[in-house]
Design a protein around this ligand. Sequence first.
Ligand SMILES: Cc1cc2nc3c(=O)[nH]c(=O)nc-3n(C[C@H](O)[C@H](O)[C@H](O)COP(=O)(O)OP(=O)(O)OC[C@H]3O[C@@H](n4cnc5c(N)ncnc54)[C@H](O)[C@@H]3O)c2cc1C
Length: 369
Amino acid sequence: MTDYDLAIIGGGFAGLACAQAAAARGARTVIFERKPFIGAKPHTTGILVKEVADRFDFPEKFVRKIHRVRLYSPALRHIDLHSPGYYFLATDTAGLLNWLAAQAADNGADIRCGSTFSHSEKTAVGWRLPGLDVSARYLVGADGSRSRLASDLSVSANRKFLLGVEQEWRGIRNLDAGFLHVFLDSDLARGYIGWAVPGVHGAQIGLATSARHAPRLGEFVNRLRTIFDFSAATVSGKRGGLIPAGGTLHHPPLSAALLLGDAAGTVSPLTAGGIHPAMELGRLAGVSIANHLLDGGPDPWQQIRRQLPSYAVKNLLRRAFETFAPPNPLLNFALAQPLFQRFAQTVFFHHRGLLTLEAWKDLLRPPVC
Ligand SMILES: Cc1cc2nc3c(=O)[nH]c(=O)nc-3n(C[C@H](O)[C@H](O)[C@H](O)COP(=O)(O)OP(=O)(O)OC[C@H]3O[C@@H](n4cnc5c(N)ncnc54)[C@H](O)[C@@H]3O)c2cc1C
């Protein structure tokens, strides 16, 4: 049985950011990923907000900046939104995950793919992972929306989900690459939105719905055929999965263990963006755990707890959006209204929170259309 300071379950954004930071500070770190290699079959669209790009120096070849959002009504009329200096990043998600893994490995982390965690045993000095033949002083669960570690430790698990599905396309002709194309439609994307993202290697077209309603991706793509030219286009891949939509999970502190990313429910219930919190908190956890284990620093959970997003307003808006799913004629009407346009601007461009002074100032400003 090999002995480590830190064992991480899950080689996604949260686990890799945590491993990279902990290993860089000298913690003997191992990461277990059940897929055969890092980045295999990504389930996410992989759009990043500018705040992540500011904190992590992603290589240019894995990302593409998109400065503007084109928001469509169900009748396919649109408004254009942007905020000077702001952008989103479309990503080669698999490439980016591999780059993160290479950084973690360069710092000394062991990355074991094809290794599925099943259960843990608490010991006097930490944990034993019998199936993986490893012991560790600290354990991190970064194993996604249906965390096996959360159920092994009997802590709260995600219960509310959106279901997202997406196709990767090559050769769509007139999809304007300067925009993130976002579609409101309560029939096809009930409880969330549809999207067409001009990505790094092609376009990604998808939609997500409240998990009770099956996403009708075929119908959605057929609607887009009326505005984009698919005559020479082909499908090159598929993605999809569950997106936690109930907000950050709360549970009592664990002894020498914590959960990160989707396993901790840190996904915005409104925008379904989870990569930014997964990476930010992953990195913070890696630093805090290494400081704690190697230098007697404070309890890592206390450091993380203070930074956990509350999503209070976003949770309320999500519930309202699901309960009173606005009928399509109302959405058609709303998109033409200046107040709704400013609200949309606020949702897309205020990632630090809808309750900030800046967000409210923007609501009162004329829209950028
Ligand atoms: C369709 C879709 C589109 C999305 N689009 C976006 C977007 O554009 N932008 C955004 O910010 N967020 C998006 N999200 C959400 C985002 O993908 C997640 O919040 C983010 O990936 C969370 O990262 P994570 O590391 O916590 O979990 P994950 O990325 O799920 O990684 C968990 C890893 O753990 C591994 N694992 C699971 N169980 C075990 C086990 N027992 N043993 C070993 N390994 C295990 C999995 O194989 C996986 O690699 C989307 C989600 C979906 C489903």
